[in-house]
Ligand binder design. Structure first.
Ligand SMILES: Nc1ncnc2c1ncn2[C@@H]1O[C@H](COP(=O)(O)OP(=O)(O)OP(=O)(O)O)[C@@H](O)[C@H]1O
Ligand SMILES: [Mg+2]
Length: 246
């Protein structure tokens, strides 16, 4: 079956200019994301994963290269309306209650009428018991769950999640994985970054491994394990990173 390309990154590059000097975070990334797949972008700290995500979301301008979605250049309005997005270190407005916050997000979504009711979104992420709690008083993992709930507002068909299980307890991690599998089965496309390799192995149709801004591997988990003759993703990941740095 021919895979349909949804998102195409062509020679995407980013060099930050700051008081520390120039930092090349991404060096000419070529990547296609296929309709209906779960794609995991992996890499050690500072590899360029969040930089890639922010450029796809239109939150940051690329220094070079192009981003094409369904055959067209991406405008900011497209990303807002078409993508469900969970940023890294998600910080919801602390002054609202959980229920108020999620209702706001539903109203802001491009297609509020397509969204499940707030109570259902909160149930999906295990927050149904506390709609009246103030966001400021949520634990870290509860805040992360709320972030996931807002990513589903508007029922987007493409989800971009930067470390979706960060801060979640083991049960929460497993629930989120099950949720993402259910979303894929419902036809969604999911692009996510993660350091939790066991969940990546369980979830992903394909992975990409970035090290120091360069894509070192692109393919299935099985292909990756064969490449390094590794027993699991941890072993392969270690070997890939060591090889890139040597
Ligand atoms: N605003 C910025 N100004 C200057 N350098 C930056 C900026 N944001 C990121 N960088 C640098 O770009 C590189 C890539 O950072 P990025 O946040 O994309 O990494 P990451 O792969 O998401 O890492 P992590 O796994 O820690 O989340 C790092 O060297 C980082 O220091
Ligand atoms: Mg990051």
């Amino acid at each position: 079956m021919v895979k349909q390309n949804l998102l195409h990154l062509h020679s995407l590059g980013k060099t930050y200019k700051s008081r520390d000097g120039l930092v090349t975070a991404l060096a000419g990334l070529d990547l296609d994301i296929h309709q209906g797949e779960i794609f995991g972008l992996l890499g050690p700290n500072g590899a360029g994963k969040t930089t890639t995500v922010k450029m796809i979301m239109g939150l940051m301008r690329p220094s070079s290269g192009t981003i094409v979605f369904r055959g067209q250049g991406l405008a900011m309005a497209d990303t807002r309306s078409r993508f469900g997005y969970l940023p890294e270190n998600y910080r919801p407005n602390p002054n609202l209650t959980v229920g108020e916050y999620i209702n706001c997000q539903i109203q802001l979504a491009a297609a509020p009428e397509k969204t499940a009711p707030a109570a259902e979104l909160l149930k999906m992420v295990g927050l149904a018991h506390c709609p009246k709690r103030r966001v400021a008083n949520l634990s870290k993992g509860m805040g992360q769950r709320l972030g996931l709930a807002q990513a589903f507002a508007g029922n987007p068909d493409f989800l971009i999640l930067d470390e979706p299980t960060s801060g979640l307890d083991p049960i929460g991690q497993s629930e989120v994985i099950d949720l993402l599998i259910a979303e894929k089965e419902a036809g969604k496309t999911i692009f996510f970054c993660s350091h939790i390799l066991s969940e990546v192995a369980r979830l992903c149709d394909r992975i990409g491994i970035l090290v120091a801004g360069e894509l070192r591997f692109l393919g299935t988990v099985d292909d990756f394990l064969s490449k390094w003759q590794a027993a699991d993703l941890d072993e392969g990941f270690r070997k890939e990173v060591q090889c890139a740095r040597s």
